[in-house]
Design a protein around this ligand. Structure first.
Ligand code: NAP
Length: 302
């Protein structure tokens, strides 16, 4: 099935399963959880008995406002929630976050959900912002938390989970930068001629490659009892499309979104699935779509 048919089938005929796995006693982190999919994922995790969920957010006041909303709607104790600063556009912030994670008694799972989609060229840490935020910092964060996940898994006897939120738009990435004779990252850093309509898709494709390589380098076993996976929530009605656009484009987008997109609550079920304690070991290194290992696979040679 071509990507377009896969996408339409997923959006029109599949509703991700309502999560029911038990997260009792578990400590979890969700990045970018002040809004959108991350926010809804936190609510599911609390309903499923997580002992503590840490909202890792770039603006602490937004995280605190999210906590108030969650407490008001779920009636959970505020002590089950924490807000920690994390800005993926700054490597120092990721490293500081990692240092704080090292002080935790326990960490059972992390959803690397924070991400951006924009058609504007911006740079942070010398790279174009999608590359810094969606790829390099996401990768760095994974490396920062993996030792703590491993240590916890040994201590508790429970398998840890590390999930990266990707996108099925990776399937249609044109990725013309890979044709360069030089380094791919240099090609991605060149503002002139950059195809910003493809950049988000490329960033999620690079994230997929990273997840596969990390999973390959950290096979499931007694030393690394951690499932590392990559998941897509499908197209969802969230704040992800933040760019200013003309009224016509906005109208067309709104019609498309209202016809096809999932609510963030429904989309967030896929995020919770990707870190559920009873996730099948075959998910290690896999791309998950509609709460299943995707059949449509991108080949990777390295
Ligand atoms: N919505 C979709 O249709 C869709 C489809 C496929 C994949 N996804 C992926 O799902 C994830 C969540 O997206 P969403 O739809 O929930 O979007 P969203 O509503 O825009 O939420 C994105 C979250 O990421 C945070 N964030 C952005 N830049 C950050 C940075 N530099 N450091 C730390 N946090 C940062 C945002 O914080 P602020 O609120 O402070 O900006 C926000 O909390 C993303 O990785 C996205 O690529 C979404």
């Amino acid at each position: 099935m071509s990507y377009f048919l896969t996408f339409l089938h997923s959006q029109l005929f599949v509703t991700p399963t309502y999560p029911t796995s038990d997260f009792s006693n578990q400590v979890l982190i969700v990045t970018g959880s002040n809004t959108g999919l991350g926010f809804e994922a936190v609510k599911h995790l609390l309903r499923l008995n997580a002992a503590k969920v840490i909202l890792a957010v770039r603006t602490v006041s937004k995280g605190e406002a999210a906590v108030q909303k969650i407490v008001a709607t779920t009636k959970c104790s505020p002590s089950r929630l924490d807000v920690w600063p994390l800005d993926l556009s700054k490597y120092d912030s990721v490293k500081q976050f990692g240092a704080r994670v090292h002080t935790m008694d326990r960490l059972d799972g992390l959803i690397q959900n924070a991400g951006i989609l924009t058609s504007n060229w911006e740079t942070c840490e010398t790279h174009e912002s999608h590359i810094t935020v969606n790829v390099i910092s996401a990768a760095l964060l994974g490396l920062e938390v993996l030792p703590k996940l491993r240590e916890s898994a040994k201590k508790t006897g429970l398998r840890g989970r590390l999930s990266f939120v990707g996108s099925d738009l990776q399937y249609i990435a044109k990725f013309k930068e890979k044709e360069t004779n030089g380094r791919i990252f240099d090609a991605l850093d060149a503002k002139e001629g950059a195809d910003m309509s493809d950049r988000y898709n490329v960033s999620k494709l690079l994230l997929l490659y990273y997840v596969r390589i990390l999973a390959e380098m950290a096979p499931l076993g007694p030393e690394s009892n951690i499932i590392i996976d990559n998941t897509t929530p499908g197209a969802c009605k969230s704040d992800i499309f933040r760019d200013e656009v003309g009224w016509f484009k906005r109208m067309v987008m709104n019609v498309g979104i209202s016809m096809l997109a999932r609510t963030t609550e429904v989309g967030s079920r896929t995020l919770v699935h990707a870190i559920k304690p009873d996730l099948e070991p075959q998910a290690h290194g896999a791309f998950l779509m509609d709460c299943k290992i995707a059949k449509y696979v991108i080949k990777l040679s390295h």
